[in-house]
Design a protein around this ligand. Structure first.
Ligand code: ZN
Length: 305
């Protein structure tokens, strides 16, 4: 049974499409409806479509429930989106597109898109939450066990520490000189830009340990490396054959689960809230100029990201 990170079964929370509509409405307009054009607080509800449409009683601007959310333009029922949200938030292992497609009865491409749109919401929303107080910085490697071309990736790591315990975690793959990670060819790497990494993820008022121009070996923080090791284990076991292109998104998804638990939040409602205020990313934006996602096979193991 799928749960939302607690022992509450998902089907108790969102049993119908109407339950999901109500939850998304509450996340999108926590203070009640607000017209996006004039700010008026009341609207007529038009029920002629699959999802309700809201018409401002002052300026008559019509707004759909999913406008401005990551679900915008999707023909997939909200109930299936919510199942995907709970699946991504469930335990520490998430779900890959093949399994999600079977669970919510959609095509592989639709499941792949839903998962990446959810990761986009996570990445965008969590990037606004900077580490503060005491922050440790380090660098380690992610080993992509099933991918013959991209066996390891250098990853910059940062953690907010309290009483020698990691309370928030951020990571970012280090780009390579060629754009392609070659196995064990150290010369292919560029030096990580630690200064920019610190600027992006850490509050200027924080005390940063090992966040200088170059990382100092004696200041390395092994618990931080253990988090990446655990993330590598989970990601490899869930999404066999991961390349560098989406690695950051997968790491952000892992960090989201870890960080929400440390913030004493229930991950699923937090992710619903993110989805309600982060604009959609399109398929073409996601893949750039690259080809359609394909199922790759490495050493007899089917890629399922
Ligand atoms: Zn209005």
């Amino acid at each position: 049974m799928i749960t939302c990170g607690t022992d509450t079964p998902i089907m108790n929370l969102y049993q119908t499409e109407a339950d999901c509509v109500a939850a998304l409405y509450g996340a999108k307009w926590p203070e009640g409806f607000r017209c996006p054009r004039c700010g008026h607080p009341s609207a007529y509800t038009l029920q002629t479509r699959r999802l309700p449409l809201y018409e401002c009683t002052a300026c008559h601007r019509q707004t759909s429930l999913t406008a401005g959310t990551v679900m915008q333009g999707s023909r997939t029922p909200l109930l299936k989106w919510f199942l995907a949200i709970h699946s991504i938030c469930h335990s520490s292992a998430s779900i890959n597109a093949v399994k999600l497609a079977g669970l919510i009865k959609v095509t592989y491409k639709t499941a792949w898109l839903i998962l990446h749109k959810l990761r986009h919401a996570i990445t965008t929303a969590e990037s606004q939450l900077r580490l503060s107080n005491i922050v440790r910085v380090d660098c380690s490697r992610f080993y992509s066990l099933y991918n013959a071309k991209h066996q390891n990736h250098r990853i910059l790591l940062a953690a907010q520490i309290s009483a020698n315990h990691i309370v928030q975690f951020k990571s970012e793959p280090v780009p390579t000189a060629t754009g392609i990670q070659q196995p064990y060819l150290q010369a292919a790497y560029v030096q990580p830009d630690i200064k920019k990494f610190v600027q992006r993820y850490i509050d200027p008022s924080a005390t940063v340990i090992n966040g200088g121009h170059q990382l100092v070996y004696r200041l390395r923080y092994w618990p931080l490396r253990q988090v990446l090791k655990q993330a590598s284990f989970v990601i490899n076991n869930t999404y066999h054959g991961l390349g560098p292109k989406y690695l950051h998104a997968y790491l952000n998804e892992y960090a989201f689960r870890l960080n929400t638990v440390e913030r004493k939040e229930i991950p699923a409602p937090t992710l619903i809230s993110y989805c309600s205020r982060i604009s959609v990313i399109t398929y073409s934006q996601l893949i750039g100029r690259q080809r359609l996602p394909v199922r790759r096979v490495y050493a007899g193991v089917q890629a399922t990201a």
